[in-house]
Design a binder for this molecule. Structure first.
Ligand SMILES: Nc1ncnc2c1ncn2[C@@H]1O[C@H](COP(=O)(O)OP(=O)(O)O)[C@@H](O)[C@H]1O
Ligand SMILES: [Mg+2]
Length: 294
């Protein structure tokens, strides 16, 4: 608990892509865990009604205070958190969770009944209340521009996009880049695309996957032409799904597995990009809008 009292310089990262089943949740959970292994304190906020992150971390999807209460402000932000000290939920060390619940389906009704509540601002106060407590807050978003994706893009500092090497996942990236540009223009001028994770890559790479990876590399670039695709690629392995079925991350389930190592490497790359941005030298600090035009 003492660790939580330290004032931290919180980085808020929304993990996105318009399409479902492209690794958003897996990447959010594993990045949070790999950063936690590096000594950081991470919080995952599950904003998806289907509760992918909540289920993958074996947290309850019903009967607990959830991201619905966080978004509607009916509970104080800190009271919605499940910590790694919660005996009923086996969270990885230094990873905390705000679970989602089916109540998120009632968000529309909440907004209709509260005409003064602005949808895009739903996460502004909660995130403000949580800043300083964590090194990283990951917002695991649902596919499509649903009622929770827009508030996530408004409240986040960065976006990490997720893509698997299939045509639909890659083509949805273009739409995601457009969304980031729109969010920058209308809601959050400081929002930046931190990078694109390509995950679930077959090994050895097929011709198609090589083509798609190279397409991502060429299209997600900053104005100086440097790619925003992370150099670390995550391999496809059934062990990822096996671990998820057991409610564990691969870092917990098979810490020496290739994919566990890749997520550790990705965490290092994320931190080195962030420190480059802090010192003002990294090209990733360019707005995503320029990247999408590039
Ligand atoms: N590296 C990987 N290897 C194998 N399967 C993976 C890998 N990453 C993700 N998956 C699987 O792909 C599916 C979709 O991933 P998920 O993270 O839930 O995507 P999203 O959150 O975008 O819907 C899940 O069944 C997950 O277990
Ligand atoms: Mg998901």
């Amino acid at each position: 608990m003492d660790a939580e009292r330290i004032k931290r310089d919180t980085v808020v990262i929304a993990v996105g892509n318009q399409k479902g089943g492209v690794g958003k949740t897996t990447n959010a959970i594993h990045l949070a865990s790999a950063l936690a292994e590096r000594g950081r304190l991470a919080l995952i906020i599950d904003l998806d009604m289907t509760s992918g992150a909540t289920k993958a971390l074996r947290a309850p999807t019903d009967g607990w205070i959830s991201s619905f209460e966080l978004l509607t402000g009916s509970e104080a932000a800190e009271d919605t958190i499940i910590t790694d000290a919660e005996p009923e939920v086996p969270l990885p060390p230094n990873v905390h969770l705000i679970p989602s619940s089916r109540k998120l389906a009632e968000l529309d009704m909440f907004l209709a009944q509260n005409p003064w509540v602005v949808q895009q601002d739903l996460l502004i106060e909660p995130i403000r209340a949580l800043r300083g407590r964590y090194d990283y807050i990951f917002l695991d978003t649902p596919p499509q521009k649903t009622k929770t994706t827009v508030p996530a893009l408004k409240a986040a500092d960065f976006v990490i996009l997720s893509a698997m090497p299939d045509h639909l996942a890659v083509s949805a990236l273009g739409e995601a880049l457009q969304d980031i540009a729109t969010a920058q223009q209308y809601a959050n001028a400081k929002l930046m695309l931190l990078g694109v994770v390509v995950c679930a890559l077959p090994r050895p790479k097929t011709r198609l996957s090589r083509q798609l990876v190279s397409y991502v590399e060429r299209t997600c670039i900053d104005p100086s032409g440097r790619t925003l695709k992370f150099a670390t690629e995550i391999s496809r392995s059934v062990v990822v799904q096996e671990a998820q079925r057991l409610g564990k991350t691969i870092l917990q389930y098979q810490p020496t597995h290739l994919v566990a190592g890749e997520y550790r490497e990705l965490a290092m790359e994320v931190e080195s990009r962030l420190s480059g941005i802090r010192t003002g030298e990294a090209s990733a600090s360019v707005p995503a809008q320029e990247a999408s035009n590039g």
